[in-house]
Design a protein around this ligand. Structure first.
Ligand code: SAM
Length: 363
């Protein structure tokens, strides 16, 4: 089986230089017992690394894109060469001199990965390795050129002051959702602009509704239901670095555990479909939001074949951004939806842009 999206989108460059999916909710959704075989879409690699905290026998990491696999290899090199504080500087969560840290990380990786990242040195020095993707560039243009048209620096800083939920609603209504802000969202999140600057237009083939409306709803969730002061994703989008809050993989409490288990990663350039076709079995799948990029028919076909590569009680964990995807009818009797867990974790998901988070367990 070939991958439908592979023929459409251009994978030459880094699309996501950091993971915009919350590993805290991912890891809580996957099987918790040690010794399991887990499979993860690579993307920028952060969530595959976070899955090492579950003490698995191995994590098979797949991605169609060599550039995305290179993001994971860089992190592995960085974790071998750098202490935690240096890692945060190299990634862009904190500011500091990144050139020498990049050199030390690249001394630990293969020559192809090193050459790939050396070409990106100016970008890494300016924005961190986690800021070197097309998606992060899109956020950067938003933050530096458009956001100042709607909001002052003081208003942006005030978003991250911790306050009770009622006051958060007032802040959003009185200070943030101004007419300028609404206009900005509609222009910036038009499909034309998103296609040009952030995402391949092919990725919108299956998306329903207006992107700006979706973003408005999700920002309300992030600004009122969740505490912005604890949200690393919102902080990066609005300020270009992380604040005190960090994504799970980048937090100090996990650094040494992840570092000590790097040899359990089994990294494979290629499609998830290739893993499934190889006859191996797994107990947990981090499927990112890849189903959204497939037509409903292809989704149903791929979903069925994932089940044939899943051990009993295996969990399929995935997000939907805008297009709804849940177990297809043909497979409905073979999995159980863990609704209570989904609802609990959806309420905590700090990567606020997704409309749905799905946990399905194989019967
Ligand atoms: C699906 S994208 C989404 C990332 C993130 N949710 C976002 O919106 O920022 C994550 C990664 O999946 C990879 N990918 C998509 N379809 C795939 C497939 N069928 N097999 C392996 N990797 C795939 C892409 O190359 C990309 O690096």
């Amino acid at each position: 089986m070939t991958s439908e999206i592979a023929g459409k989108a251009n994978f030459d460059h880094i699309r996501y230089a950091q993971l915009w999916e919350d590993a805290d909710v991912l890891c809580a959704a996957l099987p918790q017992e040690a010794g399991k075989t887990l499979v993860s879409i690579c993307s920028a690699g952060d969530n595959a690394l976070a899955m090492l905290t579950l003490d698995p026998a191995r994590v098979v990491v797949v991605d169609l894109s060599p550039a995305q696999i290179a993001c994971l290899h860089l992190r592995i090199g960085a974790m071998k060469a750098l202490n935690h504080a240096e890692f945060l500087i190299l990634m862009g969560a904190r500011s500091g001199a990144r050139g020498p840290l990049l050199d030390r990380a690249l001394a630990e990786v293969d020559t192809e990965t090193a050459a790939f990242w050396r070409d990106l040195r100016p970008l890494v020095e300016a924005h961190g390795a986690g800021g070197a993707g097309k998606f992060e560039r899109y956020f950067r243009i938003f933050r530096t050129r458009l956001l100042p048209l709607a909001h002052s620096r003081k208003t942006i800083d005030d978003i991250f002051v911790s306050r009770p939920p009622e006051e958060r609603a007032d802040f959003l209504h009185d200070r943030f959702e101004t007419w300028r802000w609404k206009l900005l969202l509609n222009v910036f999140f038009s499909r034309f602009m998103m296609g040009r600057m952030g995402r391949d237009k092919a990725f919108f083939d299956h998306v329903e509704g207006s992107v700006a409306d979706h973003v408005t709803r999700r920002i309300r969730h992030a600004a009122i239901t969740l505490d912005p002061a604890e949200n690393p994703y919102l902080h990066w989008i609005m300020k270009g670095t992380h604040g005190d809050a960090l994504p799970m993989t980048w937090r100090e409490e996990h650094y040494d555990v992840i570092r000590s288990r790097l040899d359990r990663l089994d990294i494979r350039l290629g499609s998830l479909e290739a893993f499934i076709g190889a006859g191996e079995k797994a107990d947990g799948f981090n499927l990112s939001d890849i189903f959204e990029y497939m037509s409903p028919d292809v989704f149903a076909q791929v979903y069925g074949s994932i089940l044939s590569a899943a051990n009993p009680q295996a969990r399929l964990v995935y997000w939907n951004m805008m297009a709804p995807r849940r177990v297809p009818d043909a497979c409905a009797g073979k999995v159980k939806t863990l609704t209570a867990k989904e609802n609990d974790l959806k309420g905590q998901d700090k990567a606020f842009f997704y409309s749905d988070f799905v946990i399905e367990e194989v019967q």
